[in-house]
Ligand binder design. Structure first.
Ligand code: SF4
Length: 251
């Protein structure tokens, strides 16, 4: 295993050198390139939320997770302090993840309707979950510099998924803004002006090798959106159905 990445240059070099998703995961989970996020993720893991006081916290970067031959990727902005940062699996252990996994199960993309622990037996079929920024940020807001420092991990993840990837579902406007530069770095041509985020918005892109993917916007399943009805189960189901139509699983 490589020495933990400790600078943007280390992240760039290690991500580019990863030959497989397993190597990328192994290298990214030791990353310490963003001092503010390292301090926050470890502080949260030490202090803990009272309701999880008896549980060990992961307290490290959250790698992409799911099918290594995914035809659909779901990209969020960053893990939650007491969700992924606690359990070690993306979108696992928080309310947003509860919504997302229930929808994935309804769509036939997950083995179970819940994802509560990294060892709970959950599986994804034809789909992979990834965060644009791998460490939980204070107030769920990474800085622009942190987002840029983390970019090579996501770019490499997209490159390694490229042979099978057909659709990227992007959760929320911040995730959309974070993802677009990653797509450009991964070789996909972006229209000008840059496409704006919206729920159900679809943008078709291709790279220099002629590989085509569709980008689909989806409101983030945050409690703010689900409690207010801005995002309903039906709306989330419709986005996943669109993604399945664009990238039939098993075809
Ligand atoms: S946010 Fe990304 S680049 Fe920064 S420390 Fe975490 S894994 Fe490393």
């Amino acid at each position: 295993m490589a020495t933990p990445a400790d600078s943007p240059e280390d992240v760039q070099r290690q991500a580019a050198a990863a030959r497989t998703l397993a190597e990328l995961t192994a290298d990214s989970i030791t990353c310490r390139a963003c001092p503010r996020l390292v301090a926050w993720r470890e502080e949260v893991a030490r202090v803990k939320r009272r309701s999880f006081a008896d549980e060990p916290y992961w307290g490290r970067p959250i790698p992409g997770w799911g099918d290594e031959q995914a035809r659909i990727a779901i990209v969020g902005l960053a893990p939650a302090a007491h969700g992924g940062n606690r359990t070690g699996r993306i979108f696992t252990g928080d309310r947003s993840g509860d919504w997302l996994f229930a929808a994935l199960y309804r769509a036939g993309l997950a083995a179970k309707p819940t994802s509560v622990r990294a060892d709970d037996g959950q599986q994804l079929f034809g789909i992979r979950l990834v965060a644009a920024v791998r460490c939980a940020p204070p107030a769920n807001k990474p800085t622009t510099q942190e987002r840029d420092t983390c970019r090579p991990w996501l770019v490499r993840e997209l490159e390694l998924l490229a042979p099978t990837l057909k659709v990227i579902v992007v959760l929320g406007g911040f995730g959309w803004q974070a993802l677009l530069p990653n797509l450009a770095a991964a070789g996909y041509g972006l229209p000008r002006p840059l496409p704006r985020f919206g729920h159900g918005v679809r943008v078709d892109l291709s790279d220099a090798d002629g590989r085509e993917i569709s980008l689909v916007g989806c409101y983030h399943p945050s409690q703010q959106n689900t409690f207010t009805g801005k995002l309903t189960e039906r709306m989330l189901d419709d986005v996943l159905e669109l993604a399945k139509t664009l990238a039939p699983i098993g075809s």
